[in-house]
Write a protein that binds this ligand. Sequence first.
Ligand SMILES: Nc1nc2c(ncn2[C@@H]2O[C@H](COP(=O)(O)OP(=O)(O)OP(=O)(O)O)[C@@H](O)[C@H]2O)c(=O)[nH]1
Ligand SMILES: [Mg+2]
Length: 415
Amino acid sequence: MACFKSKLSITDDQPGVTRDRIYAKTEWLTKSFAVIDTGGIEISDAPFLEQIKQQADVAIKEADLILFVVDSRAGLTDDDLFIAKRLYPTDKDVVVVVNKVDNLDLKQAIYEFYALGFGDPIAVSANHGIGMGELMDEIVKHMGDEVEKEDDDSIKIAVIGYPNVGKSSLTNAILGQERVIVSEIAGTTRDAIDTPFTKDKVKYTIIDTAGIKKRGQVYENTEKYSVLRALQAIERCDVALIVVDGSRDIIAQDLHVAGNIQDYAKASVVVVNKWDIVDKDEKTMKKMTEKIYDTFKFLTYTEVCYVSAKENRRIDTLFPAINKAFESYNKRIPTNVINDILVDSVAMNPPAIFNKGKAKFSYVTQVATKPPTFVVFVNDPNYIHFSYQRYLENQFRKAFDFTGTPIKLIFRKKD
Ligand SMILES: Nc1nc2c(ncn2[C@@H]2O[C@H](COP(=O)(O)OP(=O)(O)OP(=O)(O)O)[C@@H](O)[C@H]2O)c(=O)[nH]1
Ligand SMILES: [Mg+2]
């Protein structure tokens, strides 16, 4: 397991926990590079063994340098020799990293790993930070001089949902490649996986995430971590794809997942997956959409798309919805234009007296995007009933296309 101090990889005593390749951006001296955690290649009958091996092979193919991490406490094992054999055919540089050398005599610990045939092993203790400087120097030595541009202007899409609804399948379908692991076992994805891609000249990063289960339930330690990472993915995304399983009823758990969108105020698209196995007629889609809007009451501004990730059907219907949501999320309305709407709305439906006073509005101005946020100046915010806030929001939505994004209205006292 590659650690590099960042706690990006799932570190757990249970073998086989880090199941996907995990990319972590790291910097040392003036260089930045990505670390791929392959999740370990092990000769055992772990249920995901074949897929883990495939993922490791892809990682080896993509890498510029391979850090072959071995365990000093376990000594040279059959697994190590097995992996070494797998690495011999590559023309990539391989550095053997001997981990967990905390208390052992260093020389003693690394000596036997010369037998792997990859030159001088480097002794480290990932947990104690021993040998990290030396390792980083070694990594940088193997790197070329090309300057890497920080490429963060992509649209970030987080794929979220209850376990097993098909998030990873959808990620692969969107990418057009088997990038992340799919399985019928719920809880397959344990970490958030970022993959950049380009479509119709637009740059995106899709983030596959672990299934989110209800708060208040007792999680296994690894599950807690997974949910945390899924929530972080929502936090750093622009647009969330809220995936539900169309072949079963919408459940409270789906609502809980969608609720995070409200908490984080992100743009979103609802994706009804597994549409291939739904018994349907011409009314089924309409009914399902109504059901979704009825359950996710705060998401009635969001588009609902129907796909089959597994059969690769209707995937292209997602992009107009994603792009539209992103556009809305970044929309800016000039002050004079939004003010006209405020004036008209108040004239059409003046506020009633509330808290012994009547709201008098001065003006409104947009103060932020992502999501669009408006400050409305008023004689006293306490005079505004919640339903009137809702009314104004609806009026703004009628006047401008905010499909797919929440908008925020902040009421301020005008001195
Ligand atoms: N029929 C059908 N099955 C699907 C579809 N999408 C996914 N599946 C199946 O549903 C199961 C779960 O798929 P995954 O993509 O691993 O689901 P996930 O949401 O990533 O699951 P976790 O990572 O465990 O939360 C697998 O058996 C898939 O083959 C679909 O569109 N139609
Ligand atoms: Mg998954």
